[in-house]
Write a protein that binds this ligand. Structure first.
Ligand SMILES: *Cc1c(COP(=O)(O)O)cnc(C)c1O
Length: 809
């Protein structure tokens, strides 16, 4: 299966690497800085990858285009060496040259192209599409700056510019010849010829050049090398104001350029408060239009204007609603630029496009004011309006409540364009990302669409790249696994199941514990370096790392820590399992509550870590600037995986999968993919607590939930913790936490933190007690790894291929 290796042997690698140092920098390897060593090696591997890619594609094969505003790639060098099958060879070669591959890899900046789970999913899918051997391409935006670089000052999150391109991005290559024009604004003009045939053009407005940059995507075993195409916005004409420049007004002279370039300047947060930004809408249209123009151009070159068969050769997948304009834009290009009939164009769009929903939170559903939308995309809007009109006109009156159904499913309503409805009406497939999430879509948020077209709905439980997050991130454990069951699991993650044969092998479990200890030491060094906290590696590593959001309930975790702290001080006989609580994650810049929770964690860390009465029992660490690179250090070291969202709120979660793979035991609610983890590993190998989705819904619906009742019935423990938010106990670092107190007690605890508190701390007590039986714990931990094969994104992609994209490997 694997092609010829890119280096014959260590000597061949060494020769080529030395030559590349000379050619690129006119320097000997020995005289290069670590950063230069990285840049030369990455450039060399990128070039080799593109060469390997030639010939891995067959003419006529079906192509999948994955449209996503985010691809959270993480560092690529180490990963590509693994996928190209030369990792150990290169490591050995670099060592022979007197360097260290690990040090070189650490120079690579995390590309700032995604927020969190959604963007990381897209990156895992690229990896798996290449591994499964299909022509699967990413289509996204090349943001000049990432979200932000998080630093902690006085316990608070402070946002610094994430200039991830500062030292260049050796993996990309600019493709000027692929530049396309995207048009914003202006007015639509109707033309008619003598025969009565009419057509429309969009006149005036602003023309923007979309310039593509391609990043090679190397699949393990190199069956395919695909690419991710990232679009950058540049001015169409140099429309340079020479008069202004000569008058010394440089800002005015360059305004045209900077207005256009702003479109691809920065990645927006995907949660809270950032809706309605015109620049965001421009980003969405730019990458949709540029991507589709390119796809149709390629198709026409290969197949001619045979548009009716587009869906036989092309699948367009839309990751969430950010690419929702794909449907109308595809129609616009076909109708206005290729002369296809309106009805046929709609049929083609629907056959070609599919959509993944990622959230059930009504406030996260994307909407745009019609006026804003129409002003920016006047011609596109006409297609939406006409499809919406026909949708209303042909709406079946077979349901008693059809009026209500129409209201819920129409694209245009109340002066707004509803992007989820737009996505669905232009797609042939709608999927959720875990079994629970899909059923919530069918019975809740999207129930009317489901009643109308149940056959459109399907579930595709998320997955993660087990090669990146187990093989690459956790080499000590991976070596142990491969020693026991061979390396076939890299290709087929279901082979991890063979590990069940070792669950009672005391020698193996011992080795496993040693590997975990090495991972904990590696993380402890990183934590010390980045946050100054000293972690004792004999403590349990209890980990919650993810974006900060109320529904993810980092606050509940903090309450547990404060409760343990209080119990240690109050009761000399209370002897909890010594535990290090590790947090990491960013909060959106404008999400005040989430940022206060970060400040709270750092204040609790300040109190706990400086109190000698508890220091041999608990420690708290906040690791700044969570990213794929730091995630790869944190997941392997975890022993407890905190997945504690309010049931019914987390669509799937993927850190739950990455952590289970790395032999952490889940402490979680029945939410998202936790439900499926529980089913796979069995109740004895996971710790579930808290209300179930139906109970949460019933409690909210009853109107009988009162935060103060919770407080009053558990004064001693829960009440005490709530009081600490405002009584000065935690104020030393940067003041009290009145707003969190109010969120709980005045806004009546929307996420049911207080309701699940007792069930959670009891579950934690039981789980950490179980930790004492090392053999039993390790057996259970190994069982988690053994059952994790299902959560490889290879499996997820195979399901997309067969059920949605209709494509064979
Ligand atoms: C996996 C991953 C996430 C998603 O974590 P969840 O706990 O599923 O929200 C976010 N950020 C990074 C860097 C990740 O690797």
């Amino acid at each position: 299966m694997a092609q010829e290796k890119i280096f014959k042997d260590t000597a061949d690698f060494e020769k080529q690497y030395r030559e590349a140092c000379m050619a690129d920098l006119s320097k000997k390897f020995e005289d290069c800085t670590q950063l230069e060593r990285y840049q030369v090696l990455a450039t060399l591997i990128a070039k080799k990858s593109r060469n390997v890619g030639i010939g891995t594609h067959q003419k006529g094969e079906k192509k999948v285009y994955y449209f996503s505003l985010e691809f959270l790639l993480g560092p690529l060098l180490d990963n590509y060496l693994l996928n190209l099958g030369v990792h150990d060879l290169v490591a050995k070669g670099v060592e022979d040259m007197g360097g260290s591959l690990e040090t070189i890899c650490r120079q690579e900046a995390d590309p700032g192209l995604g927020n969190g789970g959604l963007g990381r999913l897209a990156a895992c899918f690229l990896d798996s599409m290449a591994h499964e051997g299909i022509a699967g391409y990413g289509n996204g935006m090349r943001y000049h700056y990432g979200l932000f670089r998080q630093v902690i000052e006085g316990g608070r999150q402070v946002e610094k510019t994430d200039n991830w391109l500062e030292n260049g991005f050796p993996w990309e290559s600019r493709r000027d010849s692929g530049t396309v024009i995207v048009q914003f604004g202006g007015r639509v003009v109707r033309h008619e010829d003598e025969t009565g045939r009419y057509w429309f053009t969009q006149e005036g407005g602003e023309k923007v050049r979309a310039v593509p940059y391609d990043v090679p995507i190397v699949g393990y075993g190199t069956k395919k090398v695909n690419h991710l195409r990232l679009w950058s916005a540049e001015p169409y004409e140099e429309n340079f104001d020479l008069d202004a420049f000569n008058a010394g007004d440089y800002a005015k002279a360059n305004k045209f350029r900077s207005d256009v370039e702003a479109i691809s300047t920065i990645l927006y947060p995907n949660d809270s408060g950032e809706h309605g930004k015109i620049l965001r809408l421009k980003q969405e249209y730019l990458f949709v239009s540029a991507g589709l123009q390119t796809i149709l151009g390629t198709y026409e070159r290969d197949f001619g204007p045979d548009w009716e068969h587009l869906a036989d050769h092309v699948a367009i997948h839309t990751n969430d609603t950010h690419p929702a304009m794909c449907g109308p834009e595809l129609m616009r290009i076909l109708v206005d630029e290729r002369g296809v009939d309106f009805d046929l164009a709609f049929k083609i769009a629907k056959q070609t496009i599919s959509y993944t929903n990622h959230t059930v939170m009504p406030e996260a559903l994307e909407k745009w004011p019609i006026d804003t939308f129409r002003a920016l995309m006047p011609r596109l809007y006409m297609f939406i309006e006409e499809i919406d009109r026909r949708y209303r006109e042909s709406f079946p009156h077979t349901f008693d409540d059809w009026g209500e159904m129409l209201k819920n499913t129409a694209i245009l309503w109340d002066g707004q364009v509803r992007m989820a409805n737009l996505s669905i009406i232009f797609s042939h497939s709608v999927n959720g990302v875990s079994a629970l999430h899909t059923s919530i879509l069918e019975e809740g948020v999207l129930k009317d669409f489901y009643r109308l077209n149940p056959e459109m709905f399907n579930n595709k439980t998320n997955g993660v790249s087990h090669r990146r997050f187990l093989a690459e991130a956790n080499p000590s454990y991976a070596r142990l696994i491969s020693g026991a069951i061979g390396t076939g699991w890299l290709d087929d993650a279901f082979e991890l199941e063979k590990l069940t044969a070792y669950e009672d092998d005391a020698g193996f479990l011992d080795e496993m514990e040693k590997a975990k200890l090495a991972d904990k030491q590696r993380l402890a060094a990183y934590v010390k370096e980045t946050s100054g906290v000293d972690l004792d590696c004999s403590m349990v590593f209890d980990v919650q790392v993810k974006r900060f959001h109320a529904y993810k309930r980092q606050l509940l975790n903090v309450f547990k820590i404060l409760d343990i702290y209080n119990r240690i001080l109050a009761d000399p006989h209370f002897d909890p399992r010594p535990t290090a609580f590790i947090f990491s994650g960013k909060a959106a810049q404008s999400y005040t509550f989430a940022k206060e929770v970060i400040r709270l964690i750092n204040s609790v860390a300040d109190v706990v870590n400086n109190d000698p009465r508890v220091n041999d029992k608990i420690k708290v660490a906040f690791v700044p600037n969570f990213a794929v690179s730091s995630a790869q250090l944190i997941y392997p070291a975890a022993e407890i995986s905190e997945q504690i969202s309010t049931a019914g709120t987390e669509a799937s979660g993927t850190s739950n999968m990455k952590l289970m793979m790395n032999a952490a035991i889940t402490l979680g609610t029945y939410d998202g993919a936790n439900v499926e983890i529980a089913k796979l590993v069995g109740d004895e190998n996971i710790k579930i607590f808290g209300l179930r989705t139906e109970e949460v819904e019933a409690l909210h619906a009853s109107g009988r939930y009162f935060a103060w009742d919770q407080y009053n019935t558990d004064r001693e423990r829960l009440g005490r913790v709530v009081d600490m938010l405002s009584d000065g106990s935690l104020a030393r670092l940067s003041g009290n936490f009145e707003s969190i107190h109010d969120y709980l007690m005045v806004s009546n605890d929307p996420d049911l933190v207080l309701r699940d508190f007792r069930s959670y701390v009891n579950a934690w007590d039981e789980l950490t007690t179980a930790y004492g039986d090392r053999a039993a714990w390790n057996k259970s931990a190994l069982h988690n790894t053994a059952k994790a094969g299902y959560f490889s994104s290879d499996r997820t992609i195979r399901e997309y291929m067969s059920d949605i994209w209709h494509i064979e490997a």
